[in-house]
Design a protein around this ligand. Structure first.
Ligand SMILES: [Zn+2]
Length: 409
């Protein structure tokens, strides 16, 4: 390290989430962290800190520094809301029944097509702000409520525009294969032709997506149709992610692992063979306890099997108007522990290191170590276990985005 740095944080403990540092959180107690040019340049025990003159010094007041949180699976750009379906489901109808009667994803498609780009942007802002207030510094946003070329592009452009106005890195994913649009009723293969021949090539030309996603389920697309979307994405040099095995087992996980997918998301119904395939391919399992909770599902993802196989487990909100209208990644950490059996350390890894990997970004973020972006959150807490344990009162003391203090007002 050079003798000067932009920022030096001391009187702090670091939950580095770096697997090369021993202990559940990769903890460094009584640490010092030096930042220059938006990146961490030194991190270690304060007593080992080389002489460093900093432009700014921060006293962490004995709190804990964690990596900025990463929400790796959201659908937060959409029109309208589905509060009436919430009431119907409370009355006993299932998510699938609501979807088959013209509600579900298709009701959001109608509202999103009708909304202007400006209306979509204004509607998305409070959802994004809620995540940022909790210390989220990277968010993935999917399209998939357009299901036609113009609206898919409108959603993705809106997502990109958010990153120009808020201190957050936004990655975008094209989810045109989310549901069958009504005008293609009974012609799913023809809609997949549209996705592969028009929508994805246009999205790639405009560089509007960092990945391609699809929903493989009885109410969406078959394994064979999803394989076509994967082949198309690979032809465009875009990595893939798959919504799979949420409501039933389709076999999509094995297909996704065979294509070296970044992640398979939901995974409630995966088999032991699916888990082995994910372990072999290094595909991340993204757990979405908010959707499980909202839909009052009873089939838990096999966390013990995933853990034993060494599959990386990320946690995310799945923030969307139907199955998870909950803009709180911290609550997902709590649910990941209470509903799915994660440890508090696994929950924090799930929204940092593993979430970065689910986005193909683990070379730049998701942990605290020299060389990575200085996306960090300072928490006034005694132990990182509090992050999954406490909801509401425990708030970030300071949030850093690329080394810049972006703590809200
Ligand atoms: Zn989703």
């Amino acid at each position: 390290m050079t003798e000067r740095c932009d920022l030096l944080i001391t009187n702090v403990h670091a939950a580095t989430m770096d697997p090369s540092v021993s202990g559940a959180y990769g903890a460094v107690e009584d640490a010092a962290v030096a930042i220059t040019g938006g990146r961490i340049v030194w991190l270690g025990p304060r007593r080992e800190l080389p002489h460093c003159a900093a432009d700014h010094n921060i006293d962490g007041e004995g709190g804990w520094l964690t990596p900025g949180l990463i929400d790796c699976h959201t659908h937060l750009v959409y029109g309208g809301h589905r509060a009436s379906e919430f009431a119907r489901r409370l009355g006993g109808e299932s998510y699938t029944e609501v979807a088959l009667s013209g509600g579900g994803i298709l009701s959001t498609v109608r509202a999103t097509r009708a909304a202007s780009a400006e209306q979509l942007y204004r509607a998305a802002e409070p959802r994004l702000r809620a995540l940022l207030a909790e210390g989220v510094t990277t968010v993935e946003i999917k399209s998939g409520y357009g299901l036609d070329l113009d609206t898919e592009l409108k959603q993705l452009r809106t997502a990109r525009r958010l990153s120009q106005h808020y201190p957050v890195a936004i990655t975008t994913t094209c989810l045109a294969a989310h549901a069958l649009p009504p005008e293609y009723e009974g012609r799913a293969d023809e809609y997949i032709d549209l996705v592969c021949e028009e929508i994805l090539p246009a999205v790639a030309r405009e560089q509007l997506a960092d990945a391609v996603d699809m929903f493989c389920e009885s109410i969406a697309f078959s394994v064979r149709q999803c394989q076509r979307v994967i082949d198309c994405a690979r032809g465009l040099d875009l990595p893939v992610k798959v919504h799979a095995e949420q409501l039933s087992r389709s076999g999509a996980t094995a297909m996704a692992a065979g294509a070296s997918a970044l992640s398979v998301d939901h995974v409630e119904y995966i088999s032991d063979e699916d888990v082995a395939a994910m372990a072999a391919s290094g595909t991340v399992a993204v757990l979405l306890p908010g959707a499980y909770y909202t839909l009052r599902e009873t089939q838990r993802p096999p966390v013990e099997t995933l853990r034993a196989a060494g599959v990386c487990m990320a946690l995310s909100t799945d923030l969307n108007p139907g199955s998870c209208p909950i803009a709180s990644l911290r609550l997902m950490m709590n649910m990941g522990c209470n509903l799915f059996g994660l440890t508090p350390a696994e929950a924090l890894a799930g929204v940092t290191r593993s979430a970065a990997r689910a986005l193909g970004m683990c070379c730049s973020r998701g942990a605290l170590r020299p060389g990575l972006r200085a996306d960090m959150v300072l928490w006034p807490m005694d132990t990182p276990d509090q992050l999954a344990y406490e909801i509401g009162a425990l708030q970030p003391a300071q949030i850093f985005f690329g080394g810049r203090d972006v703590t809200a007002g």
